[in-house]
Design a protein around this ligand. Structure first.
Ligand SMILES: Nc1ncnc2c1ncn2[C@@H]1O[C@H](COP(=O)(O)OP(=O)(O)OP(=O)(O)O)[C@@H](O)[C@H]1O
Ligand SMILES: [Mg+2]
Length: 256
């Protein structure tokens, strides 16, 4: 039987009077990849922040490995095996690339040596090897995003919370990032993924939850959702590395 890693019940969170999340209930099982998709402002990042202790829950419960994590800091969660890679990087800007990776490795001791972990990360992202002595803050946006994902590769968490890992990346580099995520998934790392590239997210994840204005509007296996006409119309029409849809382009082109 697969065990539940993350369990969330009636979770509510927000910012002062803004109730961004209004009663979310879901679970992520061991070795499972779950995508959270939804429009801009739906509450995806807020959910990641609430789960990883960056903002408080205003109501509801969340537990990781059976332990209540309400009020637990991101650092303690990372030590317990739940690593959050936030939207827009989350790297330590004044530290070198390699020190960022070392710190991620040190958070959670495993049988893999730092050297081995580093080789794997540099193998996937050769640009980071070239830049290994450079301060993370001086990397380009895309390189910082690669570093954020590489930190997850060396950390090897039980559960990885990823917010928009393809943000700022070229289609080719997005492909590299998703290959890394598929490797992590196939190695048994559970992943909760927020991703604007819904096509890619549904290819990676077994299951998806559609978030709309702070509540789940739909959920199901990824292959079913990717055939659902409403999901296709709302989220799968304009994926940036999808083949061009000429009809849509012409219909939306203001010059015509
Ligand atoms: N720091 C904040 N203070 C006040 N309101 C916020 C704050 N951050 C987000 N919000 C609001 O909370 C709601 C959810 O925002 P959130 O960032 O979670 O959306 P999202 O689904 O991640 O969107 P995107 O796809 O654009 O990243 C939005 O209405 C947003 O304006
Ligand atoms: Mg967001």
């Amino acid at each position: 039987m697969t065990s539940v890693l993350l369990s969330v019940t009636d979770l509510c969170a927000g910012y002062g009077p803004i109730r961004a999340l209004r009663g979310l209930t879901f679970q992520v099982a061991e070795r499972e990849t779950v995508a959270i998709v939804g429009a801009n402002g739906a509450g995806k990042t807020t959910l990641m922040r609430a789960l990883s202790g960056i903002i408080p829950l205003s109501d509801g419960e969340a537990s990781f490995l059976g332990r209540n994590i309400r009020g637990t800091s991101s650092h303690h969660l990372a030590r317990a095996g739940m690593l959050h890679v936030p939207e827009g990087r989350g790297t330590l800007q004044t530290m070198s690339v390699e020190d960022n990776l070392r710190l991620a490795w040190e958070i959670r001791p495993t049988a893999v040596t730092f050297g081995e972990a580093l080789e794997k990360a540099y193998g996937r992202f050769p640009r980071l090897r070239e830049r290994r002595a450079q301060a993370a803050g001086n990397l380009s946006g895309g390189e910082q995003q690669m570093l954020a994902v590489a930190r997850a590769l060396v950390n090897r968490p039980r559960l990885l919370l990823l917010d928009e890992p393809s943000m700022g990346l070229s289609p080719r580099m997005t492909g590299e990032v998703f290959l890394s995520l598929a490797e992590l998934r196939d190695d048994g790392v559970a992943i909760l993924l927020v991703e604007q590239n819904v096509r890619r997210a549904l290819q990676l994840a077994q299951r998806a939850l559609v978030l709309s204005h702070g509540v789940f509007a739909a959920s199901g296996p990824s292959d079913e959702l990717s055939r659902d006409p409403a999901i296709v119309a709302s989220y799968l029409g304009q994926s940036h590395d999808a083949p061009p849809d000429n009809k849509r382009h012409i219909a939306n082109d203001p010059r015509r």
